[in-house]
Every structure is written in structure tokens, then in C-alpha cells.
Design a protein. Structure first.
Lengths: 155, 155
DNA sequence: GAAGCAGATGCGAGACGTTGCAATATCAGG
DNA sequence: CCTGATATTGCAACGTCTCGCATCTGCTTC
């Protein structure tokens, strides 16, 4: 337990192209990046940075936190990973191919739900119309009370 | 500079009632709390925890961070203060009487805007209808690109 | 105004990230 | 394969919070 991310045997994503993507941007292919990418390729759902570091360490015990965070930045720049924040502000990373989505966090029970892009469209459109503001749905994280928890709260 | 919070001479809020509010909940009136409340009473807009600690220190140099954060929790429980998170996940506090509102953060230029409750209503209603989820508007923080920045991005 | 019961504080440690810098390692070229 | 340019890494220090725990203190009672 801990995070909703989990290990899966394989993944349909073509992580092997990543090296080429890096090179195309003048970036380098290093053992540390290979390690994180391998870990990500086996990860499904959302994971915290700490969890990724732990998993990288199980592949390479010499893994350094700052290198992992920096690599996550690079991969996010390439569009391969995204992050949002939990209700406590901590980062949560997710692999993109699962589809663009936002997040809903219940402060009552701690549950999390994904808001698919089409469902978030209303929010996006609302702010685009009223303020010409382009919402970053992948970073969107809304907290409040889920149906079950708000019932309890209201007596 | 640093945060959008600023000092103002006085404030219309009735902070003097706070002691009574604390007592009503079995909580205590302490010098440390008095210090923070004094600082908050002079604060307008949004402030980070670090900024509040700094301001408390200028009133009482012996101020301890953990005490400030714990007091902020207490005051938030009383509904006197709220917090949301910036795009980086760091906390931003604001004094309530300025009205319930959410926040908009432009990742391009770093600007911040408040989303008044009525404007956020559309978002709230959307999630209430589709998921019976009660959005906490005061904790709402949406990031993306403002009008000016998205123009630049789109060539 | 002394005693006692919580509630608070101070402190130290720790989790999560970020940053600056010097030392390394990747990769293109010759 | 050696070389140089520069992207990355490792490391250490720091910033923002959070927690546990022993000590202390506000507040009620008598
Ligand atoms: Mn929060
Ligand atoms: Mn972020
Ligand atoms: Zn819930
Ligand atoms: Zn902007």
C-alpha cells in the first residue's frame, strides 16, 4: 500500500524510442535514466517520487534522489510523464499513455479518482471562456468530499 | 517581493473574538498564537508559511516554525484562515474575510488570480452533478497559461 | 493562590524536493 | 580509439513541512 501505483509485468508503451527522443533534444542516455525508465515502464497508475526512488533503488541501490527528480523533469519535458499534487501538495507522477486526466481527492477518506479529459472539458471551457485561461488538465487536482463522506459530514 | 501578501496598517476583521472562539473549543490562548494572529491581522492577500514565520520572528524572534504551522492548522480549523497550494505544491495561506475563492496560477509568467466563489460555481456544480463530489473551493488551485502567455506559446 | 488536567510548545529528527558546484561520463568528430 | 564540448551525476546544504515526545503552561477548581 501507500500509493496507487503498481507493478505490472510489461507495458505497451514504446519506451525504447525514448533514447532517440532524448538524443533528438541533445540530451544523453545514461544508466541512471535507463533505470528510471525501466521502473516507469513497469509502473501503472500514480506514484510518488519517494516510491519511484525506492523502486529505482531495488534495480540500482546507488540511486540518488536528486538524479531521479531531475530525470523526471526531463521526461516530463518530453511529455512521457506528468505530475500533479495530492491534497497535501506532494507530487504524484503518472505515465501519460493512460490518457490525459485530472484528479479528484477526497479529504474525508483519502480516495482518489481520475477525471477523464472529456469530463474536465466543462471546467476547461469555463475558464477559457471567462478568462482566456488555458487549464493544464494533467496538473489539475481538486479536493473536497466524495459522496459517501459528505453524507457523514452532513450528520 | 516574494509573495503577494502584504502588510496593511489595520484590518476590519474582528480578531479580538478569536480568543473566545479558541476557548469555546477548549483551546488555549498563548503568546505564540497571539503573535501569529497579530501578524495575520496585518496581512493582506496570500502568504506562504515561510513568510508568516519570518513576520512572526520580527515580532518575536524566538518564533518556532512547527508552532506556527500547528497554529495555522488550528486557525484553519476555526475557519479563520485557509490554504491552497501553488503550482509547486507549496502552501499559500489567506485570511478568509476576503471571501471564499479559488486560485489560478499561470505557469508561464507566475501570475496568480483569485477565482471568486460565484465564478467557481460552474466547476463546483459540474462535479457535484456528475459525481456528487463536494469541491472545496478554498483549496482549489488551477494551473495553466494565462491569455498573454498562451499567445506567446502558440508562436 | 496552590494544584492538576489537558493542551501547547520546543526541539530534534525525518520526509520530500530543489539547487549549486565540482567531478564525470556521454557522444560526435577526427 | 583519442579528444573535446557539454550534459549529467553525486554530494552536500538548504527550504518547507510534519511528527513524536518530554517539558511546560493556560485555565479551571477549590
Ligand atoms: Mn492542502
Ligand atoms: Mn506541480
Ligand atoms: Zn471520501
Ligand atoms: Zn502568464
Amino acid at each position: 500500500m501507500g500509493s496507487s501505483g503498481s507493478y505490472v509485468p510489461t507495458r505497451p508503451v514504446d519506451w525504447s524510442e525514448i533514447r532517440a527522443q532524448l538524443r533528438a533534444s541533445g540530451l544523453r542516455w545514461t544508466p541512471q535514466r535507463r533505470t528510471l525508465i525501466e521502473v516507469l515502464s513497469r509502473t501503472d497508475g500514480h506514484v510518488t517520487g519517494a516510491e519511484l526512488i525506492e523502486r529505482c533503488r531495488s534495480v540500482d541501490p546507488t540511486t540518488i534522489p536528486s538524479t531521479v527528480y531531475r530525470t523526471l523533469d526531463v521526461l516530463e519535458g518530453l511529455g512521457l510523464v506528468r505530475h500533479s499534487h495530492g491534497a497535501n501538495g506532494r507530487e504524484e507522477f503518472h505515465v501519460l499513455p493512460s490518457g490525459v486526466h485530472g484528479h479528484l481527492h477526497c479529504t474525508g477518506c483519502g480516495s482518489t479518482w481520475e477525471i477523464p479529459a472529456d469530463e474536465a472539458a466543462e471546467v476547461v471551457e469555463s475558464l477559457r471562456a471567462s478568462r482566456r485561461f488555458a487549464v493544464d488538465v494533467t496538473h489539475l487536482s481538486i479536493s473536497g468530499q466524495c459522496a459517501g463522506c459528505s453524507e457523514k459530514t452532513a450528520h
